[in-house]
Design a protein. Structure first.
Ligand SMILES: NC(=O)c1ccc[n+]([C@@H]2O[C@H](COP(=O)([O-])OP(=O)(O)OC[C@H]3O[C@@H](n4cnc5c(N)ncnc54)[C@H](OP(=O)(O)O)[C@@H]3O)[C@@H](O)[C@H]2O)c1
Length: 293
């Protein structure tokens, strides 16, 4: 398939990802996420047509005016989903949804997460709520509690207050905390462990603070905790087709209905990519920076 690019997000990797990132190929191709229109179709492809809007889901080299992708690496975009949403709905939102789905938390149980006012943290809450799973969200600044409240997200505790542990325990109220999602590292991961129920799982998702984890070995051993990593691209690649279709269907439904929104900070013409990358790195950004062809 040849796809003419309409909208994409500039490279945005957190610094900790860079050593693990797939390098650009020698031909300069890079990028995995964009939305465009099919220009040409190869042989033996069913269900897609020239002129159809699609987003890439696993194709590589899509940060270009046009790109080549296998049909299986393209997802049709419904009319009610904008280019701005379709340019960012696979990697991060699909990762957040796959993450929640993989945690094994049952209705009425809890999960806890830190860096909860980030883009991923804000998505984890509605995806968990749709499964009847409660979420305790940790943020590092008291002001972020209000920011999340404005977005309708409650059960948020700021770790900059001296009594945050008591407040967290009060909210959980003796419930079962099945899993904790750490996006910070260092002591923050240990703090999550202290909130986990016995036999719970700490999922290492990001590393916004420190590259190493500080975990109390006694808790891990005696409370039989599990520590595992989660890398969305890998999970998505290894996912069976039935699970992928179920989760993709859920994502499309929740986004199309407006239940889940993907904010955009600013849109630049593709020729202004340097400005877009600078805007992308700006602190306090409240949505994705996008490039439009
Ligand atoms: N494993 C995967 O598959 C996968 C997929 C997508 C993203 N990620 C990772 O997940 C993490 C979050 O991504 P995102 O898109 O939500 O990021 P984001 O929107 O940029 O938000 C970052 C969040 O981290 C908080 N933060 C930054 N440094 C911190 C620190 N030292 N201690 C505590 N909180 C800190 C920020 O809080 P303030 O508002 O207070 O600054 C903000 O809430 C990143 O590390 C990202 O690379 C992993």
């Amino acid at each position: 398939m040849i796809v003419s690019n309409r909208c994409m997000s500039p490279p945005a990797a957190s610094p900790w990802i860079r050593p693990y990132r797939r390098p650009s190929r020698r031909d300069g191709n890079t990028g995995t996420e964009a939305v465009g229109v099919i220009d040409a179709i190869g042989p033996d492809v069913d269900g897609l047509r020239v002129g159809q809007r699609v987003s890439s889901a696993g194709a590589f080299g899509v940060w270009a005016e046009s790109f080549i992708a296998r049909a299986a690496a393209l997802v049709p975009v419904p009319d009610e989903v904008s280019d701005e949403t379709a340019a960012q709905w696979i990697s991060m939102p699909f990762s957040a949804l796959s993450l929640v789905d993989s945690l094994g938390a049952e209705e009425g149980e809890w999960i806890v997460q830190n860096a909860a006012n980030g883009a991923v943290g804000r998505l984890v809450v509605p995806f968990a709520a749709a499964r009847g799973v409660r979420v305790l969200s940790l943020v590092r600044r008291s002001a972020a509690v209000e920011e999340l409240a404005a977005a309708g997200i409650t059960d948020v505790v700021a770790t900059d207050s001296a009594d945050w542990r008591e407040r967290a325990a009060e909210i959980i109220g003796g419930g079962t905390v099945r899993a904790a999602v750490d996006s910070v590292g260092g002591q923050a991961a240990g703090d999550l462990i202290s909130l986990l129920s016995d036999s719970g799982t700490l999922v290492v998702f990001g590393s916004m603070g420190e590259p190493n984890l500080s975990l109390p070995t006694g808790d891990v051993i005696f409370r039989q905790l599990t520590v595992r990593g989660f890398w969305g691209s890998r999970v998505s690649r290894d996912m069976d087709a039935a699970t992928r279709n179920r989760l993709m269907g859920e994502l499309v439904t929740r986004i199309s209905s407006g239940e889940v929104t993907l904010p955009v900070e600013e849109i630049f013409p593709a020729a202004e990519i340097a400005d877009a990358v600078r805007a992308n790195a700006r602190a306090g950004r409240e949505g994705k920076v996008l490039l439009r062809f």
